[in-house]
Design a protein around this ligand. Structure first.
Ligand code: ADP
Ligand code: MG
Length: 259
């Protein structure tokens, strides 16, 4: 498989602006390097505060890194060029309702994504939105719904539709399945796996659930206190975890300081 994403020495420091120690530097993510092939899915696991969301935001371009670089198909992604980034890499969050605009309809939100990122004509945009709604298991009528008129599973489907409508190469899902009831969660996982197969999208899943990770991920990356401590094929890490933290995460999804 060819290399799609290459993360090289990427790191992030934050400077605390308030609190007990204003000016204190926090290293949210220590230099990290890994690669992801086209169509491959990577699960990122780690306890709360280990730097998972920071990594996701840097990859999706939602935050600038303090250093290091990201290459997509061998081309360096420029920090300031958000348009270039979001054309290819989209993010889905846990809070689906909060990440949708409450004042515009589902259809308008998907159209906006197309207007911003593609040169399609108005009719082509409407057709693409309707096709995408069908792809994620929604109905053409949902075009005219406002987010609050949908169930949480349908809201998450809209977020997925908004992410895939522009045919991205990578989707980063940050704990996107938390809070959904088990049957809806299973439907959304199957939907993501179908999209991966049909559209060749690569996924980066941040998840605490060993069942989900084992089911969907080709590779697993384990974070601990801002560092990548393990990275490898899912089948190999399950059989042979070299770190105790990995073993705990793959057994129960939680480690002691999260209880
Ligand atoms: N904007 C920010 N300002 C200061 N510190 C931050 C900020 N965002 C994250 N951090 C810190 O970076 C560390 C990693 O956070 P995060 O990436 O959200 O972890 P996770 O998603 O694994 O729970 C935490 O210690 C957190 O407090
Ligand atoms: Mg997080």
């Amino acid at each position: 498989m060819s290399c799609l994403l290459e993360v090289k020495g990427l790191y992030k420091n934050y400077i605390h602006k308030s609190g007990w120690l204003p000016g204190k530097r926090v290293c949210a993510l220590e230099p990290i390097s890994f690669t992801l092939a086209k169509g491959e899915s990577l699960a990122v696991m780690g306890e709360t505060g280990s730097g998972k969301t920071t990594l996701a935001k840097l990859i999706a371009g939602a935050e600038p890194p303090s250093g290091g670089e990201i290459l997509l198909n061998g081309e360096r992604l420029e920090t300031g060029n958000y348009r270039q980034r979001c054309r290819h890499i989209r993010m889905i969050f846990q809070d689906s309702l909060g990440s949708l605009n409450p004042q515009t309809t589902v259809g308008q939100q998907l159209l906006e994504s197309l207007k911003f990122n593609t040169d399609l004509s108005n009719q082509e945009q409407v057709d693409r939105v309707n096709e995408t709604l069908m792809k994620v298991g929604l109905l053409p009528d949902h075009f005219f719904f406002y987010p609050h008129m949908l169930s949480s599973g349908q809201q998450q489907r809209v977020c997925i539709a908004r992410a895939i409508v522009i045919n991205p190469q990578i989707i980063v899902a940050d704990e996107a399945l938390v809070g959904l009831d088990p049957s809806v969660r299973a439907q959304i996982i199957n939907l993501l796996l179908d999209l991966q197969q049909d559209m060749g999208i690569s996924f980066i899943f941040i998840s605490h659930s060993p069942e989900i990770v084992k089911h969907v991920a080709d590779k697993i990356l384990i974070m601990h206190r801002g560092k990548m401590i393990e990275f490898g094929k899912t089948s190999e890490l399950i059989k042979n975890p070299t770190e105790h933290v990995t073993e705990l995460l793959l057994q129960s999804g939680i480690i002691k300081n999260q209880l």
